[in-house]
Design a protein. Structure first.
Length: 248
């Protein structure tokens, strides 16, 4: 007696993804199992952070250059598109055309959720961070586009940022800006009296490679000195800036 297997009708498969492959769960798995470096401050590099199929969506639906406005007067070469409330009750989702508006709105909702924010807090700071900050914080998320001339001088980040996370978004296989990831800095002995924003005050301990589908994240504190070397060539350096930000 033979048995004939008949394919189920009306069953759709998701291209390039397995059933129930949720980007936030994939990212949480990668994050929670990543190595955390503790010196000179707690930080981690996570790669890959997104499923491959979802990373393609992130890069293909990244907004056009004209959607970005200068982040602030201090960084005219960094354009920003805010996906969450920038602090004045407004965001930039309404300026995006479809399907970008729907895609990035869903990104903000899912990755800005309590669950993913808790994963960041827990991996970087432990359970004490979750207990102390989860209910007192929100996710501040904006897309970022850096151009030639962009740099970030040494700084620690403002005290209201508990955890900083930067998702690097170059095209797969594009290593043009590999050297322009975030640099971890260590103050030189005897340099305490120098200007805190003077590069000569620090040694570079590590620079996270700016490569596809990677995340650099760290705990913000009084010693979390970091910077980005000047981008001295024509470029489009794309990223997602994510901050666990204390509520007012």
């Amino acid at each position: 007696m033979s048995t004939t297997i008949v394919p189920a009708a009306n069953v759709e498969s998701k291209p390039q993804a397995s059933f129930n492959e949720i980007p936030t769960v994939h990212a949480e798995y990668a994050l929670r199992n990543a190595k955390v470096n503790t010196w000179p401050f707690r930080h981690a590099v996570v790669r890959p952070i997104f499923p491959a199929w979802y990373y393609q969506d992130l890069t293909s639906l990244f907004p056009a250059d004209d959607a970005f406005v200068p982040l602030n007067k201090y960084h005219p070469d960094r354009g920003a598109v805010f996906l969450t409330d920038r602090g004045d009750g407004t965001d930039d989702l309404g300026r995006l055309p479809e399907p970008q508006r729907a895609f990035w709105g869903e990104f903000a909702r899912s990755f800005g959720s309590d669950r993913f924010r808790a994963a960041l807090l827990d991996r970087i700071g432990g359970e004490s961070y979750v207990d102390r900050y989860l209910n007192r914080s929100r996710a501040l998320i904006h897309l970022s586009l850096d151009r030639c001339g962009y740099q970030i001088a040494p700084h620690t980040d403002v005290a209201k940022k508990i955890v900083t996370a930067v998702f690097y978004l170059p095209d797969v296989g594009d290593f043009t800006n590999e050297a322009y990831g975030t640099s971890v800095l260590v103050q030189k002995p005897g340099a305490e009296e120098m200007n805190p924003q003077d590069w000569n005050r620090y040694d570079i301990a590590y620079t996270a490679p700016f490569i596809a589908n990677s995340l650099f994240t760290f705990a913000v504190g009084t010693n979390s000195w970091h910077a980005v070397k000047p981008v001295d060539k024509p470029t489009r350096r794309r990223s997602i800036q994510y901050f666990v930000f204390l509520n007012e």
